[in-house]
Design a protein around this ligand. Structure first.
Ligand SMILES: [Zn+2]
Ligand SMILES: [Zn+2]
Length: 118
């Protein structure tokens, strides 16, 4: 009885690494929703649609990699935002205290502003 069931558990194919894993999370499950998996997968160069004929499961290894990649992207976006506002604040050539990068020695900035063609 019990052994009969086991023979049929071959695992699921992971959408991201194509490996067959026993422990996977379905992309449209509650668990995936709480982990924001779909949101994170949107940042990848693939498209996942609910009714495409492709695997809807993702393995634990890939979730881990996805988390790392997601936090990296968030960090880059945040940093980009800070640098942009740094630029806006610097329109007068100084770094005021309101600037998120205030106090940071930003040599790239001064090089850029000094190297005006004369
Ligand atoms: Zn995987
Ligand atoms: Zn600044």
């Amino acid at each position: 009885m019990g052994s009969y069931d086991k023979a049929f558990i071959v695992g699921y194919v992971c959408r991201l690494c194509s490996e067959q894993k026993k422990k996977v999370i379905h992309l449209y499950s509650n668990k995936a929703q709480s982990l924001k998996l779909l949101e994170k997968i949107e940042l990848l160069p693939i498209k996942v649609e609910k009714f495409d004929n492709l695997p809807k499961t993702i393995c634990e290894n890939c979730i881990e990699r996805l988390e790392i990649q997601y936090s990296l992207i968030q960090k880059i976006q945040k940093s980009n935002l800070i640098q942009r506002s740094h630029r806006i604040y610097h329109s007068n050539g100084r770094c005021p205290i309101e600037c998120p990068l205030h106090g940071i020695n930003d040599s790239s900035w001064s090089v850029q502003s000094d190297s005006s063609v004369s």
